[in-house]
Design a protein around this ligand. Structure first.
Ligand code: ADP
Length: 634
């Protein structure tokens, strides 16, 4: 897979017949009046520009050539000046008026479209984001961040307005007014000009197909080139170790050369089209001049009957000279629309890709739960895997108990605790909090009453304080400091250049893993939740610091139900109860002392961590080996 398509979204709404229209209806309906004003004013705005050739023709005939009496459509004759100088001034004044009118109309049009376009795009973006962030966690497991970002960014950007409408209105405005003027002024001569239109249209339609293919080929070459570069930069140590620089330079050179050739091909096509288009447009002009000139000098050719004045010929020449622009733009409308259609499908696909975590209409509000937690025959498997990760897990925790969860990697420890936050719902069995199934509670209340510190300490770009108070409306400095103190973060935070106001960089890159974990802990404490879930929350911290943090955590969690997932058994040594998980099942539970005294997985793990490998039973070692083999196979 190339780098270019590494982030291509894989979700598309294929069952929506009119994706663009669906988006317009969903997010643009509120702003429809702006669009209507935009369309009407835009069409009107082309009037002044297209009236100018007609006025020029009139001026020519009446003022300069004396071909016909001075008259203007819709204007009573008695309002018009009689002297030639007066008539000339009148024409100049009309010109000026048309220019001013055009300016005013374009301003109104710009404003109306701006209001529609920006509001519409804003609503598509925020609406899509809002739906996306509420989708169930499984959706985010199945799709890369890049895929989702590409929809929220690239695809939403296609919707700055009604796709294709700008070009469409430009062409429509031209044909409405120029075509209208030509038909009204001299319909017979107009048919001569209309005859060349299909040629220009076919030519530009053909061009747009060919150029699109050329652009696809360029895109492909860019993708291959990027993939190669990305690959090589990430694997630079392998290239160096194998002294493969020359080999790689050759490969990059070939990929870059292919890109160059395809760009040149596209350039040739574009230049060719420009020549062809100019040629056809000039031919149209020549035809107008030749046929029109004959018509003026000799009289109507062939089946035509109406005479033609030199002024009208000038008017028609001015119109036919502009013909290439709008006709050439028409195939672009199809292109723009096709792109927008694909984007709309992905946006709707993202919105429909998964359902939000279901919440009952009569969800119970939850404030300060006691913290009695029961897992009752819980079975759960991720959608992407066949095997269940948790099988028939049952246990009961009394309010205020501290529970340690231990077991080999992949046993399902993290999964077990994320079910409590309803990141996922169990496939079988149920989880109860204070006697009610989790699904009975308001999701917001449930999650707010749990302080969760995940395995991967994630911080946002911003200051230390912003990260600690994330999600809280108000938090005073004293509380922030206290939480930091408990998490063992005060000393290092105070040593940062700006203390709590230090910017910690994207994802907190300026901090060490252990420092990030301590901030995440402090963030959870600050929320003062009734239940704490600490998933390897101190795994990146050194042993000594961990011991210190454990001591202060013990005070904070006093009276709160606390789940601590830990790899180091020393972390959970003092827990009221320890659940030992293996292959998705609770295989042992009890206090540390009880478990060490019994033969079993816990005692074996304890011996491993104490470095006492000699006392491990053979069966345990065989299982460890089997597990290692399985991991290698995966
Ligand atoms: P532990 O915390 O005990 O190491 P986990 O709960 O993280 O175990 O994982 C249990 C099993 O579920 C593992 O086999 C892991 O590969 C799988 N798993 C974990 N998270 C996901 C996920 N988001 N999607 C699919 N499989 C997952």
């Amino acid at each position: 897979m190339s780098a270019a398509d590494a982030s291509e979204p894989t979700f598309e709404a294929d069952d929506v017949d009119w994706p663009v229209l669906t988006l317009l209806r969903r997010y643009g309906a509120d702003y429809a009046p702006f669009a209507v004003v935009g369309i009407v004013v835009q069409l009107l705005a082309y009037f002044p520009g297209q009236a100018i050739p007609a006025v020029v023709g009139f001026a020519f005939d009446a003022v300069l050539a004396d071909e016909r009496p001075f008259a203007l459509p819709l204007v009573p004759d008695r309002w018009l000046p009689v002297t030639e100088a007066g008539q000339l001034y009148a024409i100049v004044a009309i010109f000026a008026l048309l220019v001013v009118l055009s300016g005013v109309l374009k301003y109104v049009r710009g404003l109306a479209w701006g209001k529609f376009n920006y509001n519409f795009q804003h609503d598509v973006r925020t609406g899509t984001y809002d739906v996306a962030q509420r989708l169930e966690m499984g959706f985010f497991d199945d799709h890369r961040a890049g895929e989702i970002m590409s929809v929220l960014n690239n695809d939403v950007n296609e919707f700055e307005g009604i796709p294709g409408s700008g070009t469409f209105l430009y062409a429509a405005g031209f044909f409405l007014w120029a075509g209208g003027f030509m038909l009204v002024l001299h319909w017979q001569f107009a048919t001569v000009i209309f005859a060349v239109m299909p040629i220009i249209l076919v030519l530009s339609a053909r061009f747009s197909v060919v150029i699109e293919r050329a652009h696809d080929r360029i895109q492909q070459a860019v993708g291959e080139l990027n993939a190669r570069l990305q690959n090589n930069v990430s694997g630079i140590s392998v290239i160096k170790a194998n002294a493969a620089e020359e080999f790689e330079s050759d490969r990059v050179e070939r990929a870059s050369r292919a890109h160059y050739r395809r760009k040149l091909d596209a350039l040739k096509i574009r230049i060719g089209y420009q020549h062809a288009n100019t040629l056809v447009s000039r031919a149209a002009l020549l035809l107008t001049l030749g046929v029109g000139g004959y018509w003026v000098i000799v009289g109507p050719p062939g089946p035509y009957t109406a005479p033609l004045t030199p002024g009208l010929l000038v008017t028609f020449l001015l119109y036919s000279q502009q013909l290439g622009g709008p006709l050439g733009a028409i195939p672009g409308i199809v292109d723009e629309f096709t792109n927008a259609r694909a984007s709309a499908k992905r946006i709707l696909g993202l919105q429909a890709a998964a359902s939000p975590v279901p919440e009952r209409a009569d969800a119970i509000a939850l404030e300060d739960p006691d913290g009695r937690v029961e897992y009752d025959g819980v079975t759960f498997g991720y959608r992407s895997a066949d095997e269940p990760v948790l099988s028939d897990v049952s246990f009961e925790i009394e309010p205020g108990e501290t529970v340690g969860i231990v077991g080999p990697t992949g046993a399902g420890k993290s999964t077990l605790v994320t079910l409590l936050l309803r990141f996922y719902d169990p496939d079988g069995g149920s989880i109860r909090l204070d006697g009610h199934d989790l699904r009975a509670y308001s999701i917001r209340d449930l999650r707010r009453s749990i302080g969760y510190v995940s395995q991967e300490p994630f911080l946002f770009a911003g200051t230390v304080r912003e990260n600690l108070t994330y999600g809280l409306e108000d938090a005073d400095d004293g509380a922030v400091r206290e939480a930091a103190e408990v998490a063992g973060a005060t000393t290092f935070v105070e040593n940062l250049p700006d203390g709590y106001d230090t910017q910690i960089g994207e994802r907190g890159v300026k901090l060490s893993g252990g420092q990030r974990q301590r901030l995440c802990l402090a963030r959870a404490f600050l929320h003062d939740p009734s239940i704490m879930v600490l998933d390897e929350a101190t795994s990146h911290v050194d042993n000594e610091t961990e011991a210190l943090i454990q001591r202060s955590i013990a005070d904070v969690v006093e009276g709160r139900t606390t789940f601590t997932v830990a790899h180091r058994l020393s972390t959970v040594r003092d827990a009221d109860r320890i659940l030992v998980l293996d292959d998705g099942r609770v295989v042992q539970q009890g206090s540390h002392e009880e478990l060490v005294a019994r033969d079993g997985l816990y005692a074996n793990l304890w011996n491993v961590q104490a470095g006492d490998v000699q006392s491990l039973p053979d069966a345990f070692l065989e299982r460890v080996e089997r597990r290692a083999d399985r991991v290698l196979e995966d």
